[in-house]
Design a protein around this ligand. Structure first.
Ligand code: HEC
Length: 196
C-alpha cells in the first residue's frame, strides 16, 4: 500500500514541529529503521506513561478518555507518515467496530466517532521523543462538509492545543477514497478483528 503513504515535506515539518522533547529515560542503540517490532513495542511501553501524562497535563477530556478506547493497531507503526513517527490509533465505542473493518471501498464512519492517535519518535542519538496526540471527530452532515464532516485537532506533547489548519490535515486525508478519509494503520499492524 505504498502508494497511499504520502510524504510530508517541509510544510508538514513546520506544522507538526519536529522539536519534540527528548525523553532521556527511554533509549535504544538500534538505528530507527532497524528496530524490530518487539523493540518498538518495548520503547512504546517505556514512553507510554510519560506520553499520556503530557497529553493530559492541561486537562483535555479527550486525552484522558481515549486511554480506555479500543486500540486499532498492534504495534506502533506508520513510519513515513505523520512526520515519520510511530503511531498508535484508538477509536471510541461509537466508531470502533466500523473502523477495525478497515473497509477500503465504502467506509462510512458513524457521527460521533472520535479517533485518537498517539505518536512518538526516535532521534539519531537513540532517544525516544514524545510526539503530538492527533484527533479526528466525525460530525453531522452540514457541520464540516468541506472536510468530509471530519474535524481535525491535535495536542502537543505538553497537552497544549496545537494550532492546525483543517485544510492541511484534510487535503491529505481526502486522498483515502473509499475509506471515509481514513489512512488506517499499515496492514501488518492492523488489529485482527474482522476479515471483511
Ligand atoms: C501527508 C498526509 C497526512 C496529513 C497531512 C495528515 N495525516 Fe493523519 N494520517 C495520515 C496517514 C497515512 C494515516 C494512517 C497512518 C497510520 O496509522 O499508519 C493517518 C492517520 C490519522 C489518524 C488516525 C485515523 C486514520 O486516518 O486511520 C488521525 C486521528 C489523524 N491522522 C489525524 C490527523 C490530523 C489532526 C492532521 C493534521 C494536523 C493529519 N492527520 C494530517 C496522513 C496524513
Amino acid at each position: 500500500m505504498k502508494s497511499k503513504r504520502i510524504g510530508f515535506g517541509v510544510v508538514a515539518a513546520a506544522m507538526f514541529g519536529f522539536s519534540g522533547v527528548a525523553y532521556a529515560e527511554c533509549t535504544t542503540d538500534v538505528a530507527k529503521d532497524d528496530l524490530t517490532d518487539a523493540q518498538v513495542v518495548e520503547l512504546y511501553e517505556c514512553i507510554k506513561g510519560a506520553l499520556r501524562e503530557g497529553y493530559t497535563a492541561q486537562g483535555d477530556e479527550r486525552a484522558t478518555a481515549y486511554q480506555s478506547w479500543g486500540a486499532a493497531s498492534t504495534v506502533p507503526g506508520g513510519v513515513g507518515n505523520h512526520g515519520s513517527r510511530f503511531l498508535t490509533t484508538f477509536v471510541n465505542d461509537t466508531g470502533y467496530l466500523e473502523y477495525v473493518r478497515f473497509n477500503d471501498e465504502n467506509a462510512k464512519m458513524p457521527v460521533g466517532t472520535v479517533i485518537a492517535k498517539e505518536s512518538f519518535n526516535v532521534n539519531k542519538k537513540g532517544l525516544v521523543k514524545k510526539g503530538p496526540l492527533f484527533f479526528m471527530e466525525k460530525v453531522a452532515a452540514g457541520e464540516a462538509d468541506e472536510f468530509g464532516n471530519w474535524v481535525y485537532s491535535a495536542l502537543k506533547p505538553n497537552g497544549k492545543v496545537m494550532k492546525i489548519k483543517q485544510s492541511f490535515c484534510s487535503n491529505c486525508h481526502a486522498n483515502f477514497e473509499g475509506q471515509d478519509a481514513l489512512g488506517y494503520p499499515e496492514e501488518d499492524y492492523r488489529i485482527p478483528v474482522f476479515s471483511n
